[in-house]
Design a protein. Structure first.
Length: 403
């Protein structure tokens, strides 16, 4: 099947909103090369479960390509059209299985040394789309808050090595119920700008009551889901399933196949499952779960508020033991978790910096129940240190003012 053969009926197996959008764009899709159309359908088929920021980006892509004159559209697609696609790939059901087609296409492009040409075409395409889109100003500067070190009584590890060059290191922070303070800050921002999926709390530690307005992801709250998934993974390993088949099996899992435990919100429940099935280690390590959830939330939902709380993960063990977490009481590793979380905080800051409005964004990391913190904001000095006493509330105010 070629794109020129597409009809509105080709998308009858798509979810409702995706089917409506695809059917309305049939005329455009027919004109595009087969090396490009399935890549768009890979995003479109999941339209019903995408965050508003993702839907907006896909809508903008269609609007831009549709607005181009025929000659300009052909020029935009020239890099994709030059790629050599074998007949056996054309016979794949790329309409209903665009993910599988994309994987096979990638293998083919590597094998035929066309991957660089494909990447160049993709980069040029996205650059032109982004240049044509009008970016609306953010309702408030982005704020990232990270709490780490839960359960660590004494620490000799030098924290914030990667972040110190970018902000102010505070070594004499006074706090009382500091986490609740940061949770209230996130909740206040959610109340001031009550837009779905704009304010996130991702928790890998102790459970607390969550204020209204925050989108919440919790490692412990997903224990039942993780247990079911771990059981499926163990059975797949035991059966000798190969890595490609294993990855495909995980990619096809739906929330209802993992039992109760995911969110009642279909968008969030799909996101939770994607974190657990696409992230390496998210099923068994709470620190990895928090870091990957933050990465994906920033990439996909583009929140203006993100609060992370790292807890203690289980100690490293052989894979079979890790996947049998619920059959024993896991041994926790607070110190190792602190090191993981410190690097996770750095990666989270990097991912926040990739978003629109990075020049006005701010970031604060606090060593829970201890006196160390790092603050990064536009007007705060870089690569400096303060030994002056400061309470956490005042420090948060400094960061928000600086932003």
């Amino acid at each position: 099947m070629l794109p020129s053969d597409l009809t509105a009926d080709s998308f009858r197996g798509y979810p409702p909103q995706a089917r409506q959008l695809a059917s309305g764009q049939v005329a455009l899709l027919r004109e595009l090369p087969i090396s490009f159309v399935p890549l768009v359908l890979r995003e479109l088929i999941a339209y019903d479960w995408k965050f508003p920021a993702e839907r907006k980006e896909l809508d903008q892509q269609f609007a831009y390509v549709t607005s181009l004159p025929a000659d300009a559209r052909r020029q935009l697609m020239a890099g994709f059209a030059k790629l050599r696609i074998p007949p056996e790939l054309e016979r794949v059901d790329w309409v209903n299985g665009p993910v599988q087609f994309s994987e096979q296409l990638t293998t083919h492009l590597w094998a035929t040394r066309q991957i660089d040409a494909f990447r160049s075409a993709a980069v040029e395409y996205m650059q032109k789309v982004h240049a044509a889109v009008l970016h609306e100003p953010l309702p408030m500067p982005r704020l990232g808050l990270v709490v780490l070190g839960q359960g660590v009584a004494e620490n000799r590890y030098r924290l914030f090595r990667k972040l110190r060059p970018h902000g102010v290191y505070f070594s004499n922070v006074r706090q009382e119920d500091g986490f609740r303070l940061l949770l209230d800050v996130a909740a206040a921002r959610a109340k001031a700008h009550p837009v779905p999926y704009s304010h996130w709390y991702i928790n890998g530690g102790t459970e607390v009551e969550i204020p209204a307005g925050l989108t919440c992801m919790s490692y412990n709250a997903l224990t039942a889901v993780r247990t079911t998934l771990q059981d499926k993974m163990q059975k797949a390993f035991s059966s000798g399933m190969g890595p490609e088949a294993f990855r495909t099996m995980l990619a096809k899992l739906r929330p209802d196949e993992l039992g109760p435990g995911t969110s009642d919100d279909p968008v969030l429940s799909r996101f939770q499952v994607s974190v657990l099935t696409e992230g390496s280690g998210t099923q068994v390590f709470s620190t990895t779960f928090v870091q990957w959830s933050a990465r994906e939330a920033l990439r996909r939902a583009e929140p203006v508020t993100l609060l992370l709380r790292f807890g203690s993960r289980q100690r490293m063990r052989p894979m079979n033991e890790l996947l049998a977490e619920t059959q024993r009481k896991p041994e926790l590793d607070p110190q190792g978790s602190l090191v993981d979380a410190d690097m996770g905080a750095y990666y989270t800051w990097l991912n926040q910096q990739r978003l629109e409005g990075a020049d006005a964004a701010s970031f604060l990391v606090w060593f829970e129940e201890h006196s160390e913190a790092i603050a990064i904001a536009p007007t705060l000095a870089r690569n400096t240190q303060s030994k002056d006493p400061v309470d956490l509330e005042s420090l948060v105010k400094q960061v928000l003012r600086a932003a």
